[in-house]
Write a new protein. Sequence first.
Length: 235
Amino acid sequence: MLLRALREEVLSANLELVRQGAVLYTFGNVSGISRQDGLVAIKPSGVAYEKLTPEQIVVSDLNGRIVDGKLRPSTDLRTHLELYKHFPNIGGVAHTHSRAAAAWAQAQRPIPCFGTTHADYFDGPIPVTAPLDVEQISGDYEKATGIAICETFAQLDPDAIPAVLVARHGPFCWGPDAAAAAHNAVILEYVAEMAYRTLVVNPGIQPLARELHDKHFSRRHGPNAYYGQITAERR
Ligand SMILES: [Zn+2]
């Protein structure tokens, strides 16, 4: 089987979304890329998660040509491919319709950073894409969705804010690999739910002060990170 390890990793990241309650039925999809081979492994379209096997994970090239797998890939494959082409450091993409994050996407409101949980993972508000026009919707819709995401990041760093809300649709998240992308999707849902509740408790609350935001983001990310244990790369 082509890219067995990547397929297993993608399968396990998809199942993690189910375990954490971030997907309902067959909603959502996770993919992972082998940059070396220029190939992407993604969940097949419409298959129940509990029945998924590594063989059923579909392998595609960066143009969407299927190179291994008997099933059709997730319909969002072309959105994933745009992200891999434009965000060179990412190794995995996760898409869900998780309730709180999708509510912010439907409302077309960026998720402000109100607290340190958000700042630990995302270096700023979670942006919302511009809505697609009629031509984009009737044409290559999934590719247009990917392009809209990349345009949203024209002035933003996708490695520092590994998530976006697609207007009227839901979140796409990414990370260094498929597991990290799924993890970020679960954290985004948690942060989206907390931001909503924060505004209910205090509608006038302002975003987190820059100093505290920077403190939390930089102690987990970047050259001076000190959260967690020292890993081989950090030594
Ligand atoms: Zn969707």
